[in-house]
Write a protein that binds this ligand. Structure first.
Ligand code: SF4
Length: 887
């Protein structure tokens, strides 16, 4: 990937150590040197000594230490654990919500001070809280280092510079501008002392032809598709080193993988067969705990630690990395579905074992049983090395990493995890004896802060971020994400070191001007690092409008034709035979008279006939999601059950009127408490508190509603609350369960439906295709006697009635229905019922006939889970997009 300059080749030939900005650049130089040697007909050559400057510092220190008595090098994990412990036990740390994050920031501020020579005594003189806390932590850290005879990595350059003697090294630094000030200082000092240090200068490549150009994309996805298309074309044209630099690569990693997989290995991401995209290398290390294998290992440790949240229990059930995952895959998937339906928030190993047994996941149940009988002694304290052994035993017990053959990436991931476990085990001298939970949390933190990227065979196309690309050169380069928001980047001063000190030391990220200068230098270097350069930006990202970076705004426009798209879908579509089109918008008619689904039939048939058929006849339901807290469904159930109990007891408004407020309050409190109890199975302490709050709200709202009911004209509950009835309408028989029907003294009926949500739009009852036909359906069923239909609202926004009636005064706040063309309210009421009759009969008869057209009401797709089944996006992608955006 690196086009080697003559100076660099010469330096390598002279046996010099070459210092470059990062490990990836070092690897790129070694690879390109091999190409260079092969091109000159050599069959063997000495591997050039090319190192990232940080790696060279460490190697040099360790070599000297082998000969002399020097401090011990403090590893990165050890240093992080030390910072964590210092911050957590400090006075300032005790007041912090996230002490671990503060510890990371403090470590980075200390490293910054070392690199830029910021005088920590001057930081201590700053009276600000941050500076004072930071100073205390630094003193503790440095004192620990002195006591234990440690030296931390950020101090190495200054330490070696202060030792006062030459090291006997021969160095070549191709790009001195990439050195940190402390590294530059060390090399200058070594040079003065007689070491042989040669500084190169970045090459000026020949003038670019053609000139760089800019491409404007619609959105980030469109931008990546264009970049992938372009990279593929470059490779097809014979380029051997193509770079795609993506700003914010970490955030966009998933989208990058999808776009390049579709362009370079169409179809493979659907079947998961391509471990690496052929010829494409994504140079992005991720935190170790983001790898599924590691996630699974950490999840089972969490289960050993006690209770895990329902999503983690589900992940354990679905994990392919545990014993029996292949033979029990289907049973475990079903167990997961049932677990979601249960709505339980937390699981421990015993409960999960019962779930596994009940769902015929015998292997898993056996493993969980063995896990439960492992000697845990969770309160027992032990050093990290002992807990490391215990973690291994836990993983073995559960058969981790599972029965299937592992890919190369997965083998490397396991290797990295074992390495991390070894590092964890070596923290004995930094950390005190820990409980199991503390050890697990410490190990999880280590995995979260360990960056890892499986080694891959070098690719022709390298996708990389702007920081890591430094020093690498290409035949052709695409710069993605060149928006005005990110280029130039905003200043990012360190929060712990006073800004004035950072400015004085020359830290570029401390000021907008410094940041701009540094970013511009990097940008110019990037643009000069390839023969052909394209920059791109996107016009919008979600709701945010974007503009191009001012640095590319004046560049000539590149090819902005639609990307071809190589995804599986596009490939299949392009290869499709000419098909006969058959419009088939009908399923078989409902057999017999009875249809399951009740009022929901009318509601779904109106929203979208396809959805009604799919959900109610084919059972295409969404997977349940277990969410923390009290969801709308539970809130609704609680209110319904309480009101049901209340009216079963009261039966009439006269008896309600006879109750005193105090008696009513006591009665409701007792009912709410009884009903809420049923919601607490398996609930966490947090959930119990939320249910208690919800119960108080339910009690207050029910009481308020009953006070309003007291003001109504006399009525009695018709039959009983929550009364079920089977009705024939639209040619089918359906079951209805109406919350409550009140019978007035004149024998007319008022239909009441309880609503705890905030959306109670009575306008949605009207029209040829009403969005909410449930209340019209109830009214039509009792058309002869119905005098009013209304929602009884119990939401945070309002408690009361909303609906329509034959005449005013039947329900507080409910007006008589009005139709301008009618002479009286009674005429109008009949007209309303007539319209409802037509609408619900049309909907139900359409359902009975099997009508399943993909014909959604505007906005209906937004909250529908059936997009993949109905393929609305394939039928009218533009329309679907518009609907998505605008609802
Ligand atoms: S996504 Fe839209 S079109 Fe498809 S079934 Fe759902 S509502 Fe109907």
């Amino acid at each position: 990937l690196v086009d080697l300059s003559l100076d660099l080749v010469e330096a390598i030939a002279e046996g010099r150590t070459v210092l470059v900005p990062g490990n990836r650049t070092a690897r790129a130089v070694r690879l390109r040197y091999a190409d260079h040697a092969r091109a000159r007909g050599h069959s063997g050559w000495r591997t050039p000594d090319v190192l990232a400057t940080g790696a060279w510092l460490e190697r040099t220190f360790l070599q000297i230490r082998g000969r002399q008595a020097l401090p011990r090098l403090l590893g990165a994990a050890h240093a992080a654990a030390l910072w964590d412990a210092i911050v957590a036990r400090s006075e300032a740390g005790l007041r912090l919500i996230n002490a671990a994050s503060a510890a990371r920031s403090a470590a980075s501020a200390w490293a910054l001070a070392q690199a830029w020579g910021i005088d920590l005594a001057r930081v201590a003189a700053d009276p600000g809280d941050e500076a004072q806390a930071f100073t205390a932590w630094v003193r503790a850290f440095e004192a620990d280092c002195v006591r234990q005879n440690w030296i931390a990595r950020p101090r190495l350059a200054r330490y070696l510079a202060q030792r006062g003697r030459a090291l006997g090294v021969r160095l070549y630094v191709p790009d001195p501008a990439e050195l940190r000030p402390d590294e530059r200082g060390l090399l200058a000092t070594l040079s003065e002392r007689g070491d042989d240090v040669v500084f190169g200068a970045p090459r000026n490549r020949a003038p670019l032809a053609p000139a760089p150009c800019v491409v404007a994309a619609r959105d980030p996805t469109d931008e990546l598709m264009r970049a992938a298309d372009w990279a593929r074309a470059q490779v097809a044209a014979g380029a051997t080193a193509v770079g795609v630099v993506v700003t914010e690569l970490h955030r966009r990693l998933g989208a990058v993988e999808r776009a390049f997989a579709d362009a370079f290995a169409p179809g493979t991401r659907l079947v998961g067969s391509a471990e690496h995209l052929y010829g494409v290398e994504i140079a992005a290390a991720r935190p170790l705990d983001e790898y599924p294998l590691v996630r699974a290992a950490l999840d089972v440790l969490a289960l050993v630690g006690g209770r895990v949240a329902s999503p983690i229990a589900g992940a354990i059930l679905r994990s392919p990395f545990l014993a029996g995952a292949d033979s029990e895959a289907a049973a475990r998937a079903l167990a997961d579905v049932r677990l979601r339906r249960d709505g339980r928030e937390h699981f421990d190993a015993v409960v999960l074992e019962r779930q596994a047994l009940a769902n015929r996941c015998d292997v898993l149940a056996e493993c969980l049983q063995a896990l439960v009988s492992l000697p845990h002694a969770r309160t027992h304290r032990a050093p990290p090395s002992v807990w490391g052994e215990h973690f291994l035993a836990v993983w073995r017990t559960l058969g981790w990493p599972g029965p299937r053959g592992l890919t190369s990436d997965e083998r490397q991931t396991i290797e990295k995890l074992r390495e991390s476990l070894a590092i964890f085990g070596s923290l004995d001298e930094v950390l005190p004896a820990l409980t199991f939970d503390a050890a697990r949390a410490e190990f999880a933190r280590l995995a979260a802060t360990t960056s890892f990227e499986p080694r891959a065979v070098g690719g022709v196309v390298t996708i990389i971020d702007p920081q890591t690309v430094v020093g690498i050169e290409f035949d052709a380069l695409w710069l993605a994400g060149m928006t005005a928001t990110d280029w130039p980047p905003p200043p990012d001063p360190d929060p712990f070191v006073p800004i004035a000190l950072q400015v004085h030391a020359g830290v570029p990220q401390a000021t907008a001007a410094g940041m701009q200068r540094e970013a511009r230098r990097r940008f110019d270097r990037l643009v000069a690092s390839a023969d052909r350069v394209v920059a791109s930006w996107y016009r919008s990202d979600g709701d945010a409008e974007e503009r191009p970076s001012p640095w590319i705004a004046e560049w000539p426009r590149g090819d902005e034709s639609q990307p071809r798209g190589h995804g599986y879908r596009q490939t299949l579509l392009a290869a499709r035979p000419v098909l006969e089109r058959v419009a088939d918008a009908a399923s078989p008619a409902v057999a017999g008279e009875y249809a399951r689904g009740g009022a929901r039939i009318a509601e779904l048939q109106s929203l979208c006939p396809f959805r009604a058929q799919a959900e109610l006849r084919l059972g295409a339901h969404p997977m349940a999601v277990v969410a923390p807290g009290v969801g709308p469904l539970v809130r609704g159930q609680l209110a319904h059950r309480v009101l049901d109990d209340v009216w079963r007891e009261l039966r009439s408004q006269a008896r309600l009127a006879a109750r005193t407020d105090a008696a009513l309050t006591d009665e409701i409190r007792a009912i709410v408490a009884r009903r809420a109890q049923a919601l607490l199975a398996g609930a966490s302490g947090h959930h119990v508190r939320l249910v208690a709050i919800e119960s108080e709200l339910a009690q207050a709202r029910v009481l308020e509603l009953l006070r309003i009911e007291r003001m109504r004209s006399p009525f009695a509950v018709y039959d009983r609350p929550e009364r079920s009835e089977s009705v024939r309408i639209g040619g089918i028989v359906i079951d209805l369960r109406i919350d409550r029907i009140d019978e007035l003294e004149d024998g007319s009926l008022v239909i009441v439906d309880y609503k705890t949500g905030s959306s109670a739009d009575t306008n949605a009852w009207y029209g040829d295709r009403p969005r909410q036909p449930q209340m019209p359906l109830y009214a039509v069923v009792h058309r002869d006697r119905v005098a009013a239909v209304a929602f009884a609202l119990l939401s945070s926004a309002r408690v009361g009635f909303a609906g329509t009636a034959r005449s005013a005064g039947l329900l507080p706040g409910v007006e008589a229905s009005m139709a301008e063309s009618r002479a009286s309210a009674a005429d109008s009421w009949d007209a309303v019922l007539e319209g409802w009759q037509h609408a619900v009969e049309r909907l139900l008869s359409g359902f009975a006939a099997g009508g399943s057209a993909v014909d959604p009401l505007p906005g209906a797709c937004r909250y529908c889970h059936l997009r993949i089944l109905c393929r609305i996006d394939e039928r009218a992608p533009e329309a679907a997009m518009v609907e998505d955006d605008g609802g």
